[in-house]
Design a protein around this ligand. Structure first.
Ligand SMILES: [Fe+2]
Length: 286
């Protein structure tokens, strides 16, 4: 049976491409691959791209991309999805070429977010060059993690654990419904979700990780100077030990910008259950 190996890309429809250019490249150090009034495509590492934003009137998550090792995994996951009642669609050759992957499978999650399972993403022979000197931690672990505020946790546990094959990292009791944190490589979690009355369903945040605390601190200074609205102050998470801050993206959902996330050994990891999400900091702002 196939399973996903990394959260590898994000495609979204956004209203304000120019604000995103400042936010993603100038403040947070992502490299611009393509920038027009209708599109902003970004690199974080040797891959041809990791984040692809298209201008549109309605903000939407078009694709959370999950990487697999090859066509056998795509076929196995397609069968498992169909067996669990999902409608799936295989990309045409033109669509795969547009995504710069070899092949992908598309479906929507129970809350309507686009999900893609892909393999063979294009790599660039030219080096990644950050406008701020940031180096993103992606090797063998994808671009980071996504956290969703979901309408109900059970169907998401089925999707990510039973079908896509992620393992349980831990729970955090952050409300009546515990947050569920799942891994598919050494990164402590690649996806998390929780049902919180009054929130969502929607993408809560995208986390990207850099290799130096000073890179986080310099970007934090820019946020405090007004570059973008802070969501939560600098703090340290309990479960993945990430030192990070949260900032509102131009799309309303947040980005977590962090350093020092825990890497786990999938074979020996034993899930726990935390009573809080933070050791210190992460005070909500606004
Ligand atoms: Fe996070």
């Amino acid at each position: 049976m196939g399973r996903v190996r990394a959260f590898g890309y994000l495609v979204a429809t956004v209203k304000d491409i120019e604000a995103w250019k400042v936010f993603a490249a100038d403040v947070h150090g992502m490299q611009i691959v393509e920038h027009t009034e209708d599109r902003l495509k970004l690199r974080l590492d040797e891959r041809a791209w990791r984040i692809d934003l298209h201008r549109g009137e309605v903000e939407h998550i078009d694709a959370v991309g999950w990487e697999v090792r090859g066509p056998e995994d795509i076929e196995a996951l397609e069968k498992a999805l169909i067996d669990h009642g999902y409608s799936t669609r295989r990309a045409s050759a033109e669509e795969a070429a547009y995504r710069q992957v070899t092949d992908y499978l598309a479906f929507t999650d129970p809350d309507g977010h686009g999900i893609e399972v892909y393999y063979g993403q294009h790599r660039e022979s030219t080096p990644f060059v950050s406008p701020t000197g940031a180096r993103f931690v992606t090797e063998g672990m994808g671009i980071g993690h996504v956290m969703f505020a979901v309408s109900e946790s059970a169907p998401f546990r089925e999707l990510y654990m039973d079908i896509l094959g992620l393992g349980l990292s831990d729970f955090i009791d952050i409300g009546p419904d515990p947050g569920t944190f799942l891994h598919c490589n050494p990164r402590h979690h690649s996806v998390a979700f929780a049902h919180r009355p009054g929130f969502g369903p929607r993408l809560g945040h995208l986390m990207v990780q850099v290799d130096n605390l000073d890179t986080v601190g310099r970007a934090y200074d820019r946020i405090l100077e007004g570059a973008a609205p802070l969501g939560a102050t600098l703090g340290k998470h309990t479960n993945d030990e990430m030192i990070s801050y949260y900032v509102k993206t131009p799309s309303g959902w947040e980005m977590e910008y962090g350093y020092g996330g825990l890497e786990i050994d999938e074979d020996t990891w034993v899930p726990g259950r935390w009573n809080a999400a933070h050791f210190w900091g992460h005070q909500r702002v606004g």
